[in-house]
Design a protein. Structure first.
Length: 169
């Protein structure tokens, strides 16, 4: 991965994954790694959703990455593989989408993450034209494990831990 936007997206997704893992009593380091690696093939596949995920899986397994990390990377392409209800798969698709929503909320507030609240995210979730690429339905799937307001709070707090890495205030 080389594009700054893609790298930042993966850092934010990883931060959310780590925070959700802590809430669910899962392996925080493993989930964080899954978040970092989830789009490892995105530039390689050119965003081709018929290849995305499968190529990431291939890259990871060929380099010796364990199945428990490589499989969720493959599975997060729900357009190709359908829905999965496992905690890690659900968290990854939710984190993948909430990351963009939180960053967009931050950018409209001048890049100051401290001004983004649960109320901000809740309001922007209702506005489908705002950060239109973020699937609200994929975010809502986390409700099988965590109520949405708590997920927003956990996600915001996770992003705060990496804000300097991605150039936010």
């Amino acid at each position: 991965m080389s594009g700054e936007g893609l790298i930042n997206h993966c850092i934010v997704t990883a931060a959310v994954m780590k925070a959700v893992a802590a809430k669910l009593g899962e392996d925080q380091e493993k989930w964080e790694i899954i978040g970092i690696l989830h789009d490892i093939d995105f530039e390689y596949t050119g965003g081709d959703m018929t290849l995305h995920g499968a190529e990431g899986y291939r890259i990871l397994t060929e380099t010796g990455v364990p199945e428990e990390i490589a499989w969720p990377v493959k599975r997060h392409n729900y357009e190709r593989y359908g829905d999965s209800k496992t905690p890690v798969d659900t968290a990854l698709t939710a984190a993948d989408n909430i990351s963009g929503l939180i960053i967009a909320c931050t950018l409209v507030k001048g890049g100051d993450l401290s001004t983004v609240s649960v109320k901000t995210v809740t309001k922007k979730m209702k506005d489908r034209s705002f950060a239109a690429g973020c699937s609200r339905d994929r975010i809502r799937m986390i409700e099988d494990y965590i109520e949405l307001p708590e997920f927003y709070e956990i996600s915001i707090e996770g992003v705060k831990l990496v804000k300097n890495e991605i150039g936010l205030v």
